[in-house]
Design a protein around this ligand. Sequence first.
Ligand code: ADP
Ligand code: MG
Length: 684
Amino acid sequence: MEVLKESVQYIKGIGPKKYALLNKLGIYTIEDALYYFPRDYEIWGDIENVASLTHGLESSLIVEFKGRPEVIRTRRLNIVKWTAFDETGELKCIWYNQPYRKNLYRWNQKYFVRGKIDKRYGETQVIMPFIEEYNPQKHDNPKIFPVYPLTKGLTQKDIQNVMRGALQKINNQIYDFLPASIRKEYRLAEKNFALYNIHFPKNKTTLNEARRRLVFEEFFFINMGLKLVKMKTQDQVGGIIFDLDEETISNFIAKLPFKLTDAQMRVLNEIFIDMQSGKTMNRLIQGDVGSGKTILAAIALYCAIQSGYQGALLVPTEILAKQHFQSFDRLFLDKDIKIQCITGSLTQTVKDKARQELKDGKIDIVIGTHALLEENIEFKNLGLIVTDEQHRFGVRQRAMMSSKGENPHMLVMSATPIPRTLSLILYGDLDISIIDELPPGRKPIKTYHVPPSIRGRVYKFVRKQVGEGRQAYIVCPLIEESDKIESVAAVELFENLKNGSLKGLNIDLLHGKMNPYEKEAVMEKFASGETQVLVSTTVIEVGIDVSNATLMVIENAERFGLAQLHQLRGRVGRGKHQSYCILIANARTREIRERMKIMVDSNDGFTVAEKDLELRGPGDIFGVRQHGLPEFKIANIARDIDILKLAQQGVDQVVNMRGNPEYDMVMEYIYREFNKKTSEIAMN
Ligand code: ADP
Ligand code: MG
């Protein structure tokens, strides 16, 4: 619908200034406006009478004024106090520093009054009420008003005006992509009705109907979009069939320095089945930090090479690429397998050479960062793509990588613990395997929450651990000192510790602004055990695997999301020694204390994630956007689980409607819009 793309600046009353302010809220077009939903509603309840008012509650009344107002002047205040009444009693209306009020109201005129009721000194008062002439049409029905998130310079009235204008423009003509049969079955409101009533609900019922419909629509849209991606890959006949030689693979597994856990074996079998099914594998491996995903990636890549294909391992950071490179190098030491690392920091000459070899098929396994996605990286015969730490790569990146081969198999590994309900959304296009077991002998990490005041004791503990031959991480959230945010700066903390509390220890620094070579050197020294304490920003968050490190100290822990804290904590507890995680956090608020308690009480990523979700709803850490999916504008995954389930059911139903004209229309719409939305996200 063309009008949806029209600019809001053509709405009456919107000048360039207001337009710029609306832009700040992300509102440019009519469509943006319609999908800018109220954050809350103010409900003007039924009209009450004075005798039945309750202290402390917002109430609405119809009153008249009598006599003259009392005006009281103190040094600072001008108080106007005017007695109003209805047939049941008297109400004192009080205004501070609004002297004009004393002439504003007339006798024998009914007024609508609304405000918080205050019962004191034997009087019933309302302070600074909202007041306007009584208009039966307007005031006799309870009213609901939208309350929008604002920006400075805009008022609720302004935004309401925009919404009215936008709704007028669409004039109930928006295309409803949900088939009528689905709407009927799930008792969903029609789209135009829903948009109208989410902004200007007639009453609570229409508001609920509108909200329910829009939440369903959001879930349905994402789910169907992902389903389409999945169907597209499944429909392709001729997924690569790997020629797996059981003996070779068993031998390889038998020679590993450890025995695979049952969970690892189970997941591995699922992978083997996929690889021989004739369909393209699209599988997510979810496993908590430290559950041993890397080795599965290695075995899968080995299978690809055994079958004569090339494999690629896509990782989010340069440090991780290097680490995987080294461990693969050791793993395939006695094999004739060429492994190459491709990252942004390679010199042009090295990169060119690697590119050529990749294209010629001389390289078997390539491990790289986003640099691998570049258009000029080509393969001879790419058979398997593994992405590690999937939460850094979205739907789009996967598709980009995939287009470098002919339907290569895809394995996606994620440690970001995600409640199951949510993973159904984020990974609707993937089959899911879960490693629900840690390698044996791991001792649960002991987690403590301490106030900043006893930081000195924490450093003593660092010394003690180092004294026993172990290593420690100290993580701080920011690189540079900022006045506004009182985070401890890594550089400064490092200097302080080096010359103070941790003087004499081998202490080093790692942060995002260092160049890749510096980073690599620092990581190498830490991995080799030479560095005893590593002060770092969150660059170590994902993947790093140094099993002698047993202590993780996190400064300003309250600034991190729980999933992130769990990831960081997962850097320790990787070996046979008892590990510790110390969260230094100022417990200013109850919320902080609760969040820290969740960390202290649970070592399990899924539990942490569920609790986090309950506590604050899906926040940034589970940011749908990070996964390359559109953000939810109205749905709340924690609260709207029931609607989510219905929407998923609805999606399955529609998928089975193939052949029906409604089917084609939904598919066409979702295919187009979903692609548009995900590519917009990929671009910024
Ligand atoms: P993550 O799942 O967090 O990526 P890693 O793959 O880095 O975990 O594995 C964590 C550590 O556990 C590594 O040092 C790895 O060598 C080791 N490991 C993996 N599988 C096993 C196993 N079955 N038994 C013992 N150690 C294992
Ligand atoms: Mg890993």
